[in-house]
Design a protein around this ligand. Structure first.
Ligand SMILES: NC(=O)c1ccc[n+]([C@@H]2O[C@H](COP(=O)([O-])OP(=O)(O)OC[C@H]3O[C@@H](n4cnc5c(N)ncnc54)[C@H](O)[C@@H]3O)[C@@H](O)[C@H]2O)c1
Length: 376
């Protein structure tokens, strides 16, 4: 298959959808890779690396879009890219269509097959192409929190790990899923005292088996949260209610009980946040202060570490990319139901129920499109 990788043009996006290692794997399997000049630079991969791995470099994005049978991207196509998408072309990327009617309409009009990373779903409900970004965000939440706890950054001047003779800092984590678990392991590794709260007893029991002794596991109630945040240095919001806005767990009055110069990193800000006073911020201007508490609300945290994020994302996407390239999208989806759940648009029809429902559009079952035509 002829696979195209354009450079990401959305502002502040420095990830790339394929690494040189992925290029080598695809070319070894008999596929051809076209990559736009400088596509990997933001993640530290120069054009030479791709050429050595067997890719053909092209100067213009137009050439990639017009030749490739499958386009690999990281972010959803933005408006200047919409006219380039071709009928029958497979587009494999993050799409988040439920929040964009205009993009959904553009993809329907293109006649392309749009497969969204974020809706590929395993039988146990894990979202394997979102998990790596939650791992990055969870670990990064502690790193960012530690940074803003420094005095010159406005924080209370606490070193999370302490030193011999001085108590470590206290980190409170709301939610023990992928983000929360990664944040807890990172904070505990630094030597901080950690309190991790979740509403799922099953999840708490699992975490009890893998967490070090400096992580205390608590059932999440308003009462417990109020009590824990009072002496916290860093609070990390890491809750998720599938398909819904994050629950409100910290209200404005609670901030007045917290220590001045403490930090809240609300990773759940992309789902509205679990702290009432959080609002989305950017890597360029990440924090603001309310009642003396520093708020960090960057909605695309993995974008701050594009090299790690590119490697983490492509480790997860490559097996699906290889399957799509080897078998064609129909046979790949017939073989792997998790991938079939990723298909959001085929032939101008919305094939993901959540998107159709959110945008009040007609829904078509993807299975109806999966019978391979004679040429596949
Ligand atoms: N800001 C970013 O850059 C970024 C990056 C990745 C993920 N996220 C977001 O981080 C959030 C967490 O993602 P995840 O992958 O860890 O989700 P997850 O589903 O793995 O975990 C969520 C956890 O929250 C728990 N929970 C639900 N309600 C709770 C409550 N009231 N109190 C305590 N715990 C509660 C659940 O039981 C679950 O264990 C999501 O909103 C996700 O979109 C943001």
């Amino acid at each position: 298959m002829l696979i195209g990788v354009p450079r990401e043009i959305k502002p502040d996006e420095h990830r790339v959808a394929l690494t040189p290692a992925g290029t080598e794997a695809l070319t070894a399997a008999g596929h051809q890779v076209l990559i736009e000049a400088d596509a990997g630079l933001g993640s530290g991969f120069t054009d030479d690396f791709y050429a050595a791995a067997g890719a053909e470099g092209l100067a213009s994005a137009d050439d990639i879009w017009s030749r490739a049978e499958m386009i690999l991207k990281v972010k959803e196509p933005i408006e200047p890219e919409w006219p380039k998408i071709r009928e029958g072309q497979v587009l494999f990327t993050y799409l988040h269509l439920a929040s964009s009617l205009k993009l959904t309409e553009a993809l329907c009009a293109s006649g392309a097959v749009a497969i969204a990373y974020e809706t590929v779903e395993l039988p146990d409900r894990e979202l394997p192409l979102l998990t790596p970004m939650s791992e990055v965000a969870g670990r990064m939440a502690v790193q960012e929190g530690a940074k803003y706890l420094e005095r010159h950054a406005g924080g209370r001047g606490v070193l999370l790990g302490g030193v011999p003779g001085v108590l470590p800092g206290k980190v409170v984590i709301l939610g023990g899923g992928v983000v929360g678990m990664n944040a807890a392991l990172t904070a505990a590794g630094l030597g901080a005292t950690v309190a991790l709260l979740d509403v799922s007893l099953q999840r708490l029991r699992y975490l009890a088996g893998i967490m070090p002794a400096n992580v205390n596991l608590l059932f999440s109630t308003r009462y417990a949260i109020r009590k824990q945040i009072r002496d916290a240095d860093l609070v990390i919001g890491a809750v998720l209610l599938h398909g819904a806005k994050a629950p409100s767990l910290i209200v404005e009055d609670d901030l007045k009980t917290m220590k001045p110069g403490s930090v809240i990193v609300d990773v759940a800000v992309d789902q509205g946040g679990c702290v009432d006073t959080i609002r989305p911020t950017t890597h360029g201007d990440p924090i603001y202060t309310v009642h003396g508490v520093i708020h960090y609300g960057v909605a695309n945290m993995p974008g701050g570490v594009p090299r790690t994020s590119t490697l983490a994302l492509t480790n997860a996407t490559l097996p699906y990319v290889l399957m799509l390239a080897d078998l064609g999208w129909r046979s790949a989806c017939l073989r792997d139901p998790a991938l079939a759940l990723g298909v959001n648009i085929v032939d101008g029809r919305v094939t993901y129920p959540g998107v159709a429902e959110a945008l009040s559009l007609d829904y078509s079952d993807v299975q109806a499109f999966l019978t391979p035509p004679a040429q596949e």
